[in-house]
Design a protein around this ligand. Structure first.
Ligand code: PLP
Length: 357
């Protein structure tokens, strides 16, 4: 039976990316060696990094004056690297979920942190609006897609101070205006590559403004100066990222991804809104195109485990909701085909036909 992979992260990758990665693991470029057993400085590997960086710049239309870095440590290490490198006195954070609040907590160790708004009291079911960002903040940090709660900031907001965004779970899912950001970062394991790789897009002139000592490995400048090769970078995930970026390019670029993603999200949300058993948890205007959260309506709450089983029997994988929301979460990242979303919708319809009162 075909498996429909709705895992939240690590998550689905295009089948051809997995196959090409497997082939590079067994024999890289016909060299007779695995990509796992060559130097990251080998002359065969440098073109992989170069192409991945070039595709980042091309696909996201990154302006001059920005660097693309491939690091380790996950998005979670960025929660401290960002303030380490950018926070001199004060930073502003928008608290839209678990990851946003973890980022905010780390920044507090480096200076004054202003939480400009929070939707925590409503279990992060919406994106706060109408807040104001202090004009004297060193930067303003947002999380564009809230992977756990299924809300997303779909427009590039105007910020009076340098804007920093965690885009772990929606990078390359739609066009963005990089010129509006001082920094964009994320763990690659949601929409780009296997776990182990962190991407950072940084505006070069936003660095060098803090007075503290920054440890070498935590200093973005180190990685800019060394082309992400100061130490051994995550070689295999960089290779897979390059293949994913080739796949995105061949499938219409970020505009093509946005079209796919809108179609998938519309299909699933329409069923959630139509189906008498289910209800979405995120405010409609803030619904994520990447992570679709829904629960049983109160009168059908006792059927939750039954639906989980019913859908699993039909090939759905990874639809159990995060414990902080409950119910179900279908992550429908770039690589997911609309046929898989249709399969989930069909199970919801079939289940409702059996159980709706
Ligand atoms: C998954 C996730 C993280 C954490 O990423 P790690 O790479 O595991 O540290 C941070 N932010 C967002 C938005 C995420 O989805």
């Amino acid at each position: 039976m075909k498996k429909h992979n709705f895992n939240a992260g690590p998550s689905i990758l295009p089948r051809e990316v997995i196959e090409k990665t497997a082939s590079a693991v067994s024999d890289f470029n016909g060299s007779g060696l695995s990509i796992l057993e060559i130097s990251h400085r080998a002359k065969d590997f440098q073109p992989v990094v170069d192409e991945a960086v070039a595709l980042f710049k091309e696909l996201l239309n990154i302006p001059e004056g920005y660097s693309v870095l491939f690091l380790g440590g996950g998005a979670s290490l960025q929660f401290c690297m960002v303030p380490f490198n950018l926070l001199e006195k004060k930073a502003a954070y928008l608290n839209t979920g678990t990851w946003a609040s973890k980022a905010l907590k780390e920044a507090k160790g480096f200076g004054e942190v202003v939480e400009v708004a929070s939707s925590k009291a409503d279990n992060y079911c919406y994106i706060p609006k109408g807040y104001s960002v202090p004009a004297d903040a060193d930067y303003f940090h947002i999380t564009t897609n809230n992977t756990i709660f299924g809300t997303e900031i779909l427009t590039d907001i105007d910020s009076p101070v340098p804007l920093v965004a965690d885009m772990s779970s929606d990078i390359f899912s739609r066009p963005i205006d990089v010129s509006k950001y001082a920094m964009i970062y994320g763990g690659a394991q949601k929409n780009l590559a296997p776990a182990g790789l962190t991407f950072v897009i940084v505006k070069n002139d936003s660095l060098g403004k803090v007075s503290r000592y920054i440890p070498t490995m935590l200093n973005y400048q180190t990685h800019i100066d060394n082309g992400s090769m100061f130490n051994t970078p995550p070689v295999l995930p960089i290779y897979s990222a390059m293949e994913t970026l080739r796949w995105i390019k061949a499938n219409g670029g970020v505009e093509g991804m946005e079209k796919r993603n809108v179609a998938k999200a519309d299909l699933l949300y329409a069923e959630i809104d139509r189906n008498p058993l289910f209800v979405g948890t995120a405010a409609k205007e803030d619904r994520s195109r990447m992570n679709v959260c829904f629960v049983m309506k109160p009168e059908y709450a006792s059927l939750e485990a039954d639906f989980q089983k019913f859908a699993t029997e039909r090939g759905m994988v990874g639809i159990k909701g995060h414990r902080s929301v409950g119910g179900f979460r279908a992550s429908i990242y770039n690589a997911m085909e609309i046929e898989s979303v249709q399969a989930l919708v069909d199970s919801m319809k079939e289940f409702a036909a059996i159980h709706s009162k």
